[in-house]
Design a protein around this ligand. Sequence first.
Ligand SMILES: *Cc1c(COP(=O)(O)O)cnc(C)c1O
Length: 376
Amino acid sequence: MEFRDLKKQYQMLKEDIDVGISEVFENGNFISGYQVTELEEQLAEYVGVNHCITCANGTDALIIALMTWEIGAKDAVFVPDFTFFASAEAPAYLGATPVFVDVDKRTFNICAKDLEGAIKETLEEGRLTPKVIISVNLFGQPAEYTKIRAIADKYKLLLLEDNAQGFGGRISEKRAGSFGDISTTSFFPAKPLGCYGDGGAIFTDNSEWAQIIRSICVHGKGTDKYDNVRLGMNSRLDTVQAAILKVKLKAFCNYELERVNEIASVYTNLLTGKVITPLVKEGYYSSWAQYCILLKDEKERAWIQQLLQEKQIPSMIYYSKGLHEQGVFRNMKSRRKEYANTEELCRRILALPINLYASKNSEDAVAGILVEGTLI
Ligand SMILES: *Cc1c(COP(=O)(O)O)cnc(C)c1O
């Protein structure tokens, strides 16, 4: 069994994808082809914002958003402690200090109460200026935006929504990617909407920022790329990837997102009461980048992984350590006193396989092994 069956997905979509790719090859419009513009329009409409600018990957997307706001030395950027490294790498890369915030144990997303605590602490200490909150829609579920937005407003901070894992999620009818002042996503193959290589995108309603973002993506261009008005980078989505994404976005909207939610509810139905299943808050809809359960402790987790392994069922640990434990951040004053929830999650969490295109439902088999394993 695969952890995520991208090969089968390609087999299903092969005809349309191959047509899309050969069109690019025949036109020779490898960079900034019309397919990129078409995709950007479709993505902006789907998310429900005015502007979408694609770029080379989700990490660049975060860096470009922060560059647009001129974030740098002496700035504090608040980041959940429990997330993929890139969420904190981006501000640190620009010389800002990521300040880590603990997460909620049931949703895995940034804890609003601890966020406010971190902002107050930073203000009291007076060494850094609070500038940005990076909220991450971890494992597919949007963070708690009513609370986060209120905190951003109260302290006059900008909100950057890292939606790399959350594309397709929503709160009521408002889609993930529309909550931040700027939002970013990643099209890394294993993300909810992935391409067949690296890719990313940036979303905003603000036209002035959108223009700066487009400039940064192409060497800080002014009227054209040989007129350079600021420092930028070279960060674009290949036309080939845009052509692939156009096909994949259709499949995502037509059935993939619904199917992944069906799989998640099968897991939840079979596992509730046996292990701790992920909590999706009332009115929230997840795109299930990962389906993660909590086991009793590290020992039980190792045992369950071994049982699954014996049946060739892959499982993964996202994440085995909080960002505050990453060596690179040790000297950055990013760390605060306590990260009790993150540390507990790192010991107990386990991600289960999600196979959208499996011929036979695999969730029952996976859940069966888990239930038996936890009884022993
Ligand atoms: C994957 C990911 C990124 C980075 O995206 P890349 O396309 O791999 O650069 C950023 N943030 C989060 C939360 C991610 O999961």
